[in-house]
Design a protein around this ligand. Structure first.
Ligand code: MLT
Length: 262
């Protein structure tokens, strides 16, 4: 299976992605947050490209089941309910909710994939689950690193290392024959060089240092926990959801207390 990588989503046109198999990576923090929110029971994530769209869409949805989440410069957008720290997307905050989601790069990249044949969201926290999915599809894939337009000229080391780890898992653990391009070769090399300690790597990235400087160092730890949230967010129409088998079971009935004669 051929795996290609793009290190930035900025120049991607949504029509280029029509009918393609794609994986979107934005480790710090959009894809980690989307995985976490859905694993904690969010009904869906609706990724949008700008704040105006977020306001318009949320106005058309029922208020009690809709929240707005996202960031600008890493901080919560004024008038939103949630920022973009995965630690905010607890069960209490998101269970059963539709989340209108607007971030600088991650939600834009996800939104561009709405005509893709398959679109999965990957981070370190669900990476083996995504590798398994790619092996099941066993067809050509484009891994889209959302990148980081606020610093480092668009390139994001954390996204590239995550893409390399994903390719490594598809090749080594899923035993797939991978056909490489220059960018997927580069991503695998970056993983082999920088992937020994994910948290250390995140702390040394431009965006990791920026997030730590504005008080989000705990997020780096959450984003570094490989396979800690093994679910597979997929694009369904214009929303990102979990397949039935990954959805939280409804609150289990509390078993009736056995009575002495039962
Ligand atoms: C992004 O979408 O560019 C990032 O996730 C922004 C952030 O959360 O700091």
């Amino acid at each position: 299976m051929k795996i290609d990588v793009t290190f930035s989503a900025t120049n991607l046109d949504e029509l280029q992605l029509r009918d393609k198999n794609v994986v979107v990576i934005d480790v710090l923090r959009s894809s980690t947050t989307v995985v976490t929110a859905l694993a904690n029971g969010a009904r869906e994530i609706i990724p949008v490209s700008n704040i105006e769209s977020a306001v318009k869409i949320s106005a058309s949805l029922l208020g009690d089941v809709t929240v707005r989440g996202g960031e600008r410069n890493g901080k919560m957008i004024q008038g939103f309910n949630l920022g973009n720290s995965p630690l905010e997307y607890t069960e209490g905050a998101v269970k059963g909710k539709s989340i209108i989601y607007c971030t600088t790069n991650g939600s834009v990249a996800m939104n561009k994939c709405r005509h893709a044949r398959n679109m999965a969201v990957a981070a370190f926290i669900n990476i083996s689950k995504v590798a398994e999915f790619m092996a099941q599809v066993n067809d050509e894939f484009l891994i889209i690193c959302a990148g980081n337009t606020t610093v480092s000229h668009g390139f994001s080391m954390e996204d590239a290392v995550c893409a390399g780890m994903l390719i490594h898992k598809v090749q080594e653990e899923q035993q797939q024959q991978v056909e490489f391009t220059d960018t997927s070769t580069a991503a695998l090399s970056l993983y082999r060089t920088h992937g020994r300690s994910i948290l250390k790597m995140l702390k040394n990235t431009d965006h990791g240092k920026y997030l730590a400087s504005i008080g989000f160092d705990e997020d780096l730890k959450a984003c570094a926990k490989v396979d800690s949230v093994p679910v597979l967010p997929m694009l369904v129409g214009t929303s990102v959801k979990l397949p039935k088998e990954d959805q939280r079971a409804p609150d289990a009935e509390i078993p009736a207390v056995a009575t002495p004669n039962s």
